[in-house]
Structure formats: C-alpha cells, structure tokens
Design a protein around this ligand. Structure first.
Ligand code: B16
Ligand code: MG
Length: 219
C-alpha cells in the first residue's frame, strides 16, 4: 500500500464539542442580552473564536471595541475550558478510536487539522493524543478554512504530498479547504451539506480503512 495520511477535523468528526461551545456562547449572549439559540450556533461550527463572537454581535446588531471583543472571547473560553475539562473518553464519537487505531496499524500517518486552540486539551481528555503523528490547531494557523493552510501544514508535518492525504470533515468549508489543498475529502455527516465531498459517511462506526481508500478509488 502507498503511504497515506489521514487528517481529521476535531469538532463534529472525532467529538461533538459544539454543544459545549454553545453553552459557553449562550452564557455570554445572555449576559449581553443578545438572543441566541441552537440554530444560530450552527453558524459557529468550524469558525474561529473571534469570528464566532462577531456573528453573535451581528445577530444582536451590536458593536464592540477590539479590547471589549478580546475580553468577551476570554470569558467565553474560560467557561468552555471548564466544560471540556470534564470531557470523558465515552464522548468520542462511535467508531473513532477503532478507526484511528486501525489506520495507524495500516501505516497511515495521522494528523489533526482543527481551528480550535483547545485541541491539545480535548485530545488529552479523550485519551487519544498518542494516536496522532501531528497536531495542527488554531495556535498554528493564521487563515481559517476554507483556506487550506491547516491541512497543508498537516501534510507537511506528515511529510506527505497533498494527493496522498485524505481529510475527514463535517463542515462544507473544511471540504473546500481539502480540495483547495489538492487533497481527497471525506464528509462526515449530512450528504446534502457535504455535497462537494468525494464521499460522505455517516460516521466511523463499522468503517474500515480499506473501505475508505477503495471508495475514494485510491487502492
Ligand atoms: P476554540 P473544528 C472549531 O473546531 C469549532 O467547530 C468552532 O465552533 C470553534 O469556534 C473553533 O473550533 C475555535 O475553537 O475557541 O476552542 O479555539 O471544527 O475546527 O475542530
Ligand atoms: Mg468541525
């Protein structure tokens, strides 16, 4: 088998942290008297912390100085970190650990490609840090998806050319980022939202590495 790299988004692919982001943003929005519900929260998925706050301010037709924005982001993150500090291994999405372990066994390079600056803490809480050869998170990238920077950095860490890399993503912007980086893209979730992906899977339960490579026409 050729040497391949698998690059995983975090939120929505390995674990559902969106519910904790929601609780923390909701607390902030309530303090600011801005109406914010779970439907609004969908717009924040895969988006950076500051860009998320800007969406919330837009929903409330509010403006803030850069310093006030920084303060709000810090407060939200303190609450978010409290929630994820209590994350349990059981919150890994179904089939994820088995899939990561079998990919490693097959000699596939494994990288994380996430916008979250809290990625190392989340992987640690889930007990899967040692399964990764490279971790690219929001502290290492400057351009958000759909810019391919996060995945190109991962491919470079794995020392693999982009066309040997497969990205697993739950957000349309992440699928676009994979393609713009010259990589294969597997959508995890809703086939309608992820129509641009090369293939779409409902999740990792019962999925083998060979099945993914075959469906992508790679092996
Ligand atoms: P943080 P992903 C993203 O994770 C989340 O989907 C998004 O809601 C969040 O705002 C972003 O990380 C930044 O997270 O505030 O922890 O740095 O989907 O790119 O794994
Ligand atoms: Mg995601």
């Amino acid at each position: 088998m050729k040497k391949y790299g698998f690059l995983f988004d975090l939120d929505g692919v390995l674990v559902d942290t969106a519910k904790y982001h929601y609780l923390a943003w909701k607390r902030l929005a309530d303090e600011l008297n801005i109406p914010f519900d779970e439907k609004d929260n969908e717009r924040l998925k895969g988006v950076s912390r500051m860009a998320s706050l800007e969406i919330i301010l837009e929903l409330g037709h509010r403006e803030m100085s850069p310093t006030e924005k920084e303060t709000c982001c810090t407060r939200k993150n303190q609450w978010y970190v409290e929630y994820i500090s209590r994350l349990k291994k059981e919150e890994l999405l179904p089939g994820v650990e088995e899939f990561l372990r079998s990919a490693r066994k097959a000699g596939v390079g494994i990288a994380l490609g996430s916008a979250s600056k809290n990625s190392p803490l989340i992987l640690e809480r889930l007990g899967i840090t040692p399964l990764f050869d490279a971790i690219v998170d929001g502290t290492r990238v400057h351009r958000a998806k759909p810019d391919p920077e996060v995945f190109l950095t991962g491919a470079s860490d794995l020392k693999l050319p982009p066309d040997h890399c497969v990205v697993f993503e739950d957000a349309a912007a992440g699928i676009e980022a994979a393609h713009r980086g010259g990589m294969h893209a597997v959508g995890i979730g809703d086939p309608e939202i992820l129509a641009a992906a090369d293939i779409v899977l409902p999740g990792f339960a019962g999925i083998t590495v060979q099945q993914v490579l075959t469906k992508l026409g790679l092996e």
